[in-house]
Design a protein around this ligand. Structure first.
Ligand SMILES: C[S@@+](CC[C@H](N)C(=O)[O-])C[C@H]1O[C@@H](n2cnc3c(N)ncnc32)[C@H](O)[C@@H]1O
Length: 349
């Protein structure tokens, strides 16, 4: 059942080749903003048409077109300019490209100003970093218009990534035998929504912090599977969670916490599962440069992911935690995406 990384589920990874170099990314951002990409998507244009539509001088236009040409976005034969076929294909993932650009640019000052601190001591880095300001979970506890807006911003990043990663997980795990699923740290509900859409008999609960649940309820509005998905605001480290679950999932949450936190989350999953129920962990593995350097460089567009490099753990740590809790039948699968992921499943004995 497992696919190789050339099948459609992995197709979204094609965008990284356009998001590798800093300057290329800035030119692509401008081309989205000033309407060049929309113009060329409608039809090829000549240089005079572009200069007039974009209100630019000829030197500025040439600079932009040269860099976009170098980045494989456009073809320019000196008369007419059009999108490359490959970029036209990648445009189906335009919103993911734009979100990745937005967040990489937002976090770039952290790298430019504080890389030495980051390498030396994460806590010193955190004190001044935009990364940890961006993911401020304290602001997801109390519902106010400001906290909603703040939380919605970072949820748009996790949701854009999960929109595609969920399909990869579905491709590697068969959910059809389950009736009740709980996703801890389930965020906007995007992960669960896709699993429920593919499995019409499944009911699901998303556990997350109160403001995230509010954002999630709005995110799923209008989707046919939304009636089978309940958001339950809770602190999943401390609160009693629903029981009688066939499967409890953790997607990209365990790395957020020191090991006692991830052990606590897994213990909560154990209490919530029926005997014989499954736990599923879908997490990034420690960054492997052989995968991450696919396009010749660490893609600038993946900066938000790279900045968490200290947090991604080897699977063996989760395996030990699962064994300590009495889980059996532990299975690990490595899945190379823009950085490696693994899928760990285990049964409650
Ligand atoms: C890195 S995000 C991953 C979100 C989602 N699973 C995904 O992959 O898109 C971690 C999520 O865990 C949630 N979270 C953090 N601490 C939590 C807690 N104590 N109880 C419940 N949810 C928590 C956050 O609000 C956030 O939605």
């Amino acid at each position: 059942m497992a696919n190789t990384p050339t099948t459609p589920v992995y197709d979204y990874l094609c965008i990284d080749q356009y998001l590798t170099d800093f300057m290329d990314v800035q030119l692509l951002k401008s081309a989205f903003e000033n309407g060049l990409i929309d113009l060329l998507q409608s039809r090829p244009h000549n240089l005079a048409e572009l200069q007039s539509a974009l209100h630019t001088d000829s030197v500025g236009l040439r600079f932009m077109l040269d860099l976009l040409g170098h980045n494989g976005v456009i073809l320019n034969n000196g008369e007419t300019v059009c999108l490359t076929q490959e970029f036209e294909h990648a445009l189906q993932y335009r919103s993911l490209m734009e979100v990745k650009i937005e967040f990489a640019n937002f976090l770039a000052p952290d790298v430019m100003q504080s890389m030495s601190a980051f390498i030396r001591d994460e806590r010193e880095f955190m004190a001044n970093s935009r990364l940890f300001e961006l993911f401020d979970y304290q602001r997801a506890l109390e519902s106010t218009p400001e906290n909603y807006q703040f939380t919605q911003r970072w949820v748009s990043l996790t949701t854009a990534l999960t929109q595609h990663e969920a399909q990869v997980c579905l491709d590697h795990h068969d959910f059809s035998s389950y009736q009740q699923l709980m996703d801890i740290g389930g965020n906007s509900g995007e992960f669960v929504s896709q699993i429920c859409r593919a499995n019409p008999n499944l009911q699901a609960t998303v556990i997350d912090l109160p403001v995230v649940c509010e954002v999630g309820n709005n995110h799923l509005k209008g989707r046919s599977e939304a009636s089978r998905i309940q958001f339950q605001p809770a602190n999943a480290l401390e609160d009693k969670l629903p029981t009688n679950q066939d499967i409890v999932t953790f997607k990209s949450i365990l790395h957020d916490w020191p090991e006692p936190g991830s052990q606590r989350f897994l213990s909560q999953a154990h209490s919530s599962l029926k005997p014989g129920g499954k736990v599923l962990i879908f997490e990034r593995a420690p960054i492997n440069l052989a995968t991450a350097y696919k396009h010749g460089n660490l893609a600038f567009g993946n900066l938000p992911t790279f900045l968490f490099f200290r947090s991604y753990r080897p699977a063996s740590i989760y395996v030990n935690q699962l064994q300590d809790l009495g889980f059996t039948d532990i299975n690990i699968e490595l899945i190379p995406l823009e950085t490696d992921f693994y899928l760990i499943t285990a049964s409650k004995g």
